[in-house]
Write a protein that binds this ligand. Structure first.
Ligand code: NAP
Length: 319
C-alpha cells in the first residue's frame, strides 16, 4: 500500500425508490482494503438496465435495503491492495489497469471490492469498454449455455442491436453459428458489424424470419422481453430451446428458460467465463461498442437515456 491512496470518494446512490431523478451524489470515506480486497480508482463505471431496475419503485421493494448503491462493473487503476492479496488474474500492483465484475456500488470514484472479482485490463480495450464487457458478455454466454447451443446452429436473437445482443452475436459467430437478429432499421448496420443478419421487429416478424431461414431456426434468445419476442420464438422453436433474460412472467407461464445473475447456477457459470471473455476482448474477438459516456454526476441522465430502450451501444460513467 502507498501513502497516496484516496481517503474520500464520490458515490452515486439512491436514497429512496423511484426513477433516475432520485439519484444523489455524496462524498464518503473510502474503505481501506483488507486481506483479499482491492481498492480501485475508477476510470469508468459500466451502465446496465439492472442498475435502474435495482432502485425502481415496486411492490416488494425493501425499505431496509436503502440506500441502493448502483453499478455492477467498473474499470480503473489499482489504488491499493490488501495484505497478501492477488488479483483474480494473478499478481497485481498499485497502478495496474483492471476491470471488476460482479461488484456492487460501481457508480463511484473509488471502490474497494473483493480481489476475486478483479482482473487485469487488456491494453486492447479502453476503460469505458472494459467497464461494460463482463455483465453482458457473461449473460450472453449463460444464455448459450442454458439452451445448450451447438456450433453451426441457425439461431434467432431478439434485441440483437442491444448490449447483450451484440455480445451474443459475436460469441455465436465465433462458434460458427448463423444468427438472425431483430433490431430497428437504423441499427441494421450494427447487427451486421457483429456478424448477424438483421430483421426488423414488429408485425410480420415470424414470416420475415421464415423467409430468411426456410429450413428453420433451432434456438431463440430473447434479450428484449416483449410478448412479440416470446410469441415468435414459440412459433418457430421448441419451448426447451428458448431462453429469455427479460420476459420473466412469460417464462413462468410458457415454460421457457429464464436466466439471471441472481440464480446460483447462472452466477457460478458467469463467474467462470470471465477470464475467457477478457481473453476474447484482448484478441479483438469480442468488441464492446460504447455509444456515450457521461460524467459520474450525470448518472441520472445516462439511466434516463438507457431506459428509453434504444441506446445504440453501451454507456459509461466517468468519475
Ligand atoms: N437476466 C439477466 O441476467 C440480464 C442481464 C443483462 C440484461 N438483462 C435485461 O435484458 C434486457 C436487455 O439488456 P441490454 O443491456 O442488452 O439493453 P440495451 O442495450 O438497452 O438494448 C435494448 C434492446 O432492445 C431492443 N428493443 C427496444 N424496444 C424493442 C421492441 N419494442 N421490440 C424489440 N426490440 C426492442 C433494442 O433494439 P433497437 O435499439 O434496435 O430498437 C435493443 O436491441 C434488459 O431488460 C435488461 O434488464 C437481463
Amino acid at each position: 500500500m502507498t501513502n497516496e491512496i484516496p481517503r474520500t470518494a464520490r458515490r452515486v446512490l439512491a436514497p429512496e425508490y423511484g426513477g433516475p431523478d432520485v439519484l444523489r451524489v455524496v462524498e464518503e470515506d473510502v474503505v481501506q482494503p483488507g486481506p483479499g480486497q482491492v481498492m480501485i480508482a475508477v476510470r469508468a463505471a459500466g451502465v446496465n438496465p439492472a442498475d435502474y431496475k435495482g432502485f425502481s419503485r415496486r411492490a416488494n421493494a425493501d425499505p431496509d435495503a436503502l440506500p441502493i448503491k448502483p453499478g455492477y462493473e467498473v474499470a480503473g487503476v489499482v489504488a491499493a491492495l490488501g495484505a497478501d492479496t492477488e488479483l483474480a488474474s494473478g499478481g497485481g500492483a498499485v497502478g495496474d489497469p483492471v476491470l471488476a465484475f460482479r461488484v456492487s456500488g460501481g457508480y463511484a470514484s473509488v471502490v474497494t471490492v473483493p480481489a476475486k472479482d478483479v482482473f487485469r485490463k487488456p491494453d486492447a480495450i479502453d476503460f469505458p469498454a472494459a467497464a461494460n464487457l463482463l455483465l453482458v458478455g457473461a449473460t450472453a454466454a449463460d444464455m448459450l449455455r442454458a439452451v445448450d447451443a451447438r456450433d453451426g446452429e441457425t439461431i434467432l436473437v431478439h434485441g440483437a442491436s442491444g448490449a447483450v445482443g451484440v455480445s451474443l452475436l459475436q460469441q455465436a459467430r465465433r462458434r460458427g453459428m448463423r444468427a438472425i437478429g431483430t433490431a430497428a432499421q437504423r441499427n441494421f448496420e450494427m447487427v451486421r458489424r457483429f456478424g448477424g443478419e438483421p430483421v426488423a421487429y414488429g408485425p410480420g416478424l415470424e414470416q420475415r424470419v421464415r423467409d430468411l431461414a426456410p429450413d428453420g431456426v433451432t434456438a431463440a434468445f430473447d434479450c428484449v422481453g416483449t410478448d412479440e419476442a416470446v410469441d415468435v420464438s414459440l412459433a418457430l422453436v421448441p419451448t426447451a430451446r428458448i431462453v429469455t433474460i427479460a420476459a420473466f412472467q412469460r417464462a413462468q407461464r410458457d415454460g421457457i428458460r429464464v436466466v439471471g445473475g441472481g440464480m446460483p447456477e447462472s452466477a457460478a457459470f458467469r463467474d467462470s467465463v470471465r477470464p475467457d471473455l477478457i481473453a476474447q476482448a484482448a484478441a479483438g474477438q469480442l468488441v464492446v461498442p460504447v455509444a456515450r459516456t457521461y460524467p459520474l454526476e450525470q448518472a441520472a441522465e445516462a439511466l434516463t437515456f438507457l431506459a428509453d430502450g434504444h441506446p445504440g451501444g453501451k454507456l459509461a460513467l466517468i468519475p
